[in-house]
Write a new protein. Structure first.
Length: 264
C-alpha cells in the first residue's frame, strides 16, 4: 500500500511538472508571435513615376500590396519626369521616384534628396499615327512635311529629349504643333485625331486600338533607361526600399517585359 501511495504521489508530481512546463512553453511562444508581427512590413508609400510607367506601375503596385498587406501604396502620381523631379526638389512629399531618364534623376540626387538609384528598364521611340493612318505617314522624313500636324514631347521631358536626338540623327527638322509635358498627352492627341503623328515610347502605343505605330530607322540607337530610388527622407524607409527592390527584382521586371519594356 505504501508503495502504491508513493507511486501515486510521484505520478501526481510528474503530471503537475508537465502541466507547468506546457504552460511555460505556451507562454514563451507569445513574445515570438508578437515579434513576428512587428517585423511585418507596414506603412504607406507616395510614389512619383514617369507617365510612360502608368500601366506597369499600377500593376506592380497591386501585386506589391497583395504581398505586403500592411503597406498602402497611395495613388501614384504620373507625369513628365522633369515635372516630377522639380516637384520633389521643391519639397513635394515623395517616398519613391521613378524617372524615364537618368538626367532628371540626377537632379534629385544632386539636390541631396536621394542616393544610388537603380536602373530597372529601358524604352525606345516609335512614330504613332491615328488608326488607319489618314495622313499616310511612314517615316521620320514625313514628319517634316509642311502639311503634317505633328505633336512632340517638350525638349526638357525625357521623351522630348529622345525625340530631338532621333530626329537630329536622321537629319530631320520638325516644327511641332504643340510641345507636351508628358508622353501621355502626345498619345492622347494622336489617338483623338488632333494630330497626324507624334513620337512616343513603344510601350505607350502597345495595345492601343486607336493608334498605329511605326518603328523608325535609328530607333534602336536612342534608348531611354529608367532609374528608380527611395528618397532619403522617406518616412517608411523599409517599405520604400522594398518597393524599389520589387520593381528591380524578377517579378517587377517580368511585368515590365510583358508590357514592352526592355532590360536596363
Amino acid at each position: 500500500m505504501r508503495r502504491r501511495a508513493a507511486l501515486a504521489a510521484l505520478l501526481a508530481a510528474l503530471l503537475a511538472t508537465t502541466a507547468f512546463l506546457a504552460a511555460g512553453c505556451a507562454g514563451s511562444t507569445a513574445p515570438a508571435a508578437s515579434t513576428a508581427a512587428s517585423d511585418e512590413l507596414t506603412g504607406s508609400l507616395t510614389i512619383s513615376a514617369a507617365a510612360s510607367l502608368g500601366t506597369a506601375f499600377d500593376e506592380i503596385a497591386a501585386v506589391f500590396e497583395a504581398q505586403h498587406p500592411g503597406v498602402d501604396v497611395r495613388p501614384i502620381s504620373y507625369d513628365g519626369s522633369s515635372t516630377l523631379a522639380n516637384q520633389i526638389i521643391e519639397g513635394a512629399p515623395v517616398d519613391v521616384f521613378a524617372s524615364a531618364d537618368e538626367k532628371n534623376m540626377a537632379k534629385v540626387v544632386d539636390a541631396g534628396l536621394a542616393a544610388d538609384p537603380t536602373l530597372f528598364a529601358s524604352n525606345t521611340l516609335v512614330i504613332v499615327v491615328p488608326a488607319g493612318n489618314p495622313a499616310g505617314i511612314s517615316s521620320l522624313a514625313d514628319l517634316a512635311a509642311p502639311d503634317a500636324t505633328v505633336v512632340l514631347c517638350a525638349p526638357e521631358v525625357p521623351c522630348g529629349a529622345a525625340s530631338q536626338t532621333l530626329l537630329a540623327n536622321a537629319g530631320v527638322t520638325v516644327t511641332p504643333a504643340s510641345a507636351e509635358q508628358n508622353v501621355t498627352a502626345v498619345l492622347t492627341k494622336v489617338a483623338e485625331g488632333e494630330a497626324d503623328a507624334g513620337l512616343v515610347y513603344a510601350t505607350d502605343a502597345l495595345g492601343n486600338a486607336d493608334v498605329e505605330s511605326i518603328v523608325p530607322d535609328g530607333a534602336a540607337d536612342v534608348v531611354n533607361r529608367y532609374p528608380i530610388v527611395a528618397l532619403t527622407d522617406a518616412p517608411d524607409a523599409d517599405a520604400a526600399a522594398a518597393f524599389v527592390a520589387f520593381v528591380a527584382g524578377d517579378e517587377g521586371r517580368a511585368i515590365l517585359a510583358r508590357l514592352g519594356f526592355g532590360p536596363a
